[in-house]
Design a protein around this ligand. Sequence first.
Ligand SMILES: C[S@@+](CC[C@H](N)C(=O)[O-])C[C@H]1O[C@@H](n2cnc3c(N)ncnc32)[C@H](O)[C@@H]1O
Length: 227
Amino acid sequence: MAHSVADHLQVKIADYDRFIRTVIPGYDAMRAVQLRLLGHCLPARGRVLDLGGGTGALAAAVAEKFPEVSVEIWDTDPAMLAVARERCARFGDRVTMVARSFAEPLPPCDAVVACIALHHVKDMAAKERIYANIHRALRPDGLLANADAIMSTIPWVWAATFQAWSDFIVAQGFTREQADKYFAEWAKEDYYPPLATELGLLRDAGFAEPECFWLTAPFSVFGSIKQ
Ligand SMILES: C[S@@+](CC[C@H](N)C(=O)[O-])C[C@H]1O[C@@H](n2cnc3c(N)ncnc32)[C@H](O)[C@@H]1O
């Protein structure tokens, strides 16, 4: 499944790290939550998969915070992986890139993280299969911490949440029209399910106790421990 972030987000890849913070409220807050969760459960020489890891910012943060841990970035966009490769070169073979879809079977690991990546899976049966692959790959007590948008199905909550998201984008200097254009463009490839749907998929995929770890609508960090 090929994917071009430059086309999808209408951004130059070199500008991605700056741009993403202007359109995703809570981007850094979600990373802090993921790092804190990993700190509670990663073994010293643990192995982490970063699904849709893009330019490698999350992988680099993990490698930085946990000096003996290794991270595999899985991503299908060569342009994003090229930035990740450069950013993570200083970690040597502790951070590696896998140019493959996160829908493929995954290798054994101690934790799986993803940040605004799994919303590219619009088919919920396919998403459940990805969660089942993650469950299989994790060792017992391993962590899944997925940072992503979730959206209510209650129409006025849905509308109010998009309004708040749009307000955030406008506050970064974009026009309201530009914010609306982004939402329309992203909707072609993205789907933000309700939190209850995500937790249900995780349960059906084998996670006994799916959990929301952090939520400031529409962004959330959710996942589970493999029991
Ligand atoms: C919005 S970017 C997020 C990148 C990074 N995780 C971050 O937090 O900045 C979404 C990433 O998911 C990747 N992606 C989309 N579909 C994918 C798939 N099926 N398998 C692997 N990566 C995928 C894209 O190439 C892109 O790098």
